[in-house]
Design a protein around this ligand. Sequence first.
Ligand code: C2E
Ligand code: MG
Ligand code: MG
Length: 702
Amino acid sequence: MDMRAQKVLIVDDEPVNIVILESAVSSLANVISTSDSQEALQLVQIHKPDLIVLDISMPKRSGFDICRAVKADLGLREIPILFVTSFTDSENERKALALGAIDFIAKPIDIEICRMRVKNHLLMQRQKSQLSTYNERVLEEKEQLNITLNAIADGVIATDAEGLVTFINPVAQRLTGFNEFEACGRMVDDIMELRDATTNAEVINPALYTMKVKRPVAMAFNVKLVSKQGKECRVEDTASPILDTQGNVKGAVVVFQDVSESVAMAVQMTHVTNHDQLTGLPNRVLLHDRIVQCIHRTDTAQPSIALLLIDIDNFKYLNDALGHKVGDSIILSISKRLQQACGKSATLARVGGDEFACLLADVGSGLSADGVAMSCLQSAREPIHIDGRHHQLSLSIGISLFPQDASSAEEMMRHADTAMYRAKATGKDKFSFFSKDLQLAMRKRVEMEVKLRTALDNNSLALFFQPKYDLNLNKVVGAESLVRLIDDDGGIVSPDEFIPLSEETGLIHRLGKQVLVKSCEFIAKCVEANKPLKIAVNVSAQQIANPSFAKEVEEVIVSTGIDPKLLELEVTESALMADFDLTRNMLLALSSLGLTLALDDFGTGYSSLSYLRQFPLNVLKIDRSFVKDMDNEPQALDIVTAIVRLANCLNMILVAEGLETELQFHTLRQLGCEYGQGYYMCKPISENEFTTRFLNQTTIMT
Ligand code: C2E
Ligand code: MG
Ligand code: MG
């Protein structure tokens, strides 16, 4: 509240009256007084008093005259005038009121009455001026609000308690198609036609709804606004009731936005998140949804659902060798072929780089999972032509069935994956159904992998050694090192159970290195015991294919300080079937280190001896399958005889594997096979046993 002191101007030609009036008013306001009626108007202009106490009859200029002049001035006319008069006739009173005076004080002046009257008028004046300040402020705020509402990017519509529009901003005018004059005074749902974007059904207007429920509301999802001109846009909004202090609904405000663009974007986003960009096929996310839907719809008594997981064989190599562009083209053409092969009723999805999945909703009724799988395999066999080159591809497919094999979408995916893995492991270009046995085998495989990794991490693989004999002298001339995995319970796991696994998982490189180091350390130990034995170490095809293998071997030879002549590396025929030049160069590099190279399991591969001659091999090991059959199959004996002769011709050292009987021992010796190893002489034994049996004895064995 404005607590500025108020001012009262007293005009009376009789100084005694001024004194009386002043004494009555001075406690209420600042007093300015004059007895000169000529000066009065000037003082009014200077001081702009809150109240003028004016004598009527004065020489020079009458009170009426001054009053008239004040009321004629726009800036002063609001100042209330209180006449002091001895005239009590009604003529003068009428005249004074007509001129705009508010009240009279009668002479002789009663100080108390005078004070009360002045006090009341001052109070009224103060309230009046406060009111006008408030008014100004309200007007200003309203103006500000209008500017804001007109400027914001959202549509705003306000209504009264009946739902009649009282305000509509320009954005709302544009979206509804109604201008301010058309809109104001009409029902809000008349100018704001809202419908469900999908069903086109009318939707209750949020302004009316918010008043009904007396709380802010958000518009129903998926709503469109139809303009006066029939234009549609997707809108999203909120509405709030306008409540007075007692909580009575006075109206409502709706604020809404055109979300057409973001809806379009969202639709596109949904497509992107559910589809593979390259092929446009559903991706893993959408496939999962479809499987779940299918499972929900399927009555367990009904035909089942099949999930085919389809993987392109060797795709990684193609992609790495030929580049991603070619890789993408291959994926694209395979996806088209698969779409054809799977048929329209199937859902084909791309679930990984080179992995597709085909969901068949009701196998058994006409469709069969293996039939579709066969078509898929067939479709991929036709060569693909890209940039003038032909690519021959094949697929591996795993199939799982609901409800037979799996009870959930996740399980279906997992089991199809397991089955696919089986198809790959058994030769590729195949399909395979999931089975419990398969699951068990997979679980064992996983367990074995964990064991193997742990053993590698702990460097706890063990080596067994099987002595190699000179058959003529019946003396140990060397040994083959054979890796073993020691189980938690001390059981010994055969390499046949983990070497193929280590090759598939790439762990063979770490394994090979550890075996090589341990073998070389063992060589050093033998030398120290004054028994320099040649130790043969098995090397897998992947190790030979590793370009840095020769360097690694050299490092181990150097670090263990052994004579490379005491080291022999055994490679299998299949290891030599890869890239001829690379393999030959690798073997030359190894042989230049001074070690010996042996061809293991000879006879089980398909390579001819003339082909093998081109590799720097020193030793041939006849596979134990021939040795085993030699006793009772003349053909096997013939083969061994031929191998012995060929080895002699090629000047290669011959070692027979798997000698189990005395007969085999003698036959081989008679045939001219110089060396042999087998259970007949000695089984593979632990390092400790080998040490006590062969290193600590006094006979020289070389
Ligand atoms: P391989 O190199 O042909 O090894 C000879 C296998 O024949 C050994 O099996 C040995 O125990 C077995 N054997 C020896 N004498 C006889 C016999 O008189 N009768 C019979 N029936 N078998 C005999 P093991 O130790 O189970 O090794 C199996 C295969 O595992 C090896 O065949 C070799 O290919 C691979 N392997 C073993 N250790 C390693 C290794 O350190 N690295 C790599 N890459 N492969 C290894
Ligand atoms: Mg071997
Ligand atoms: Mg062998």
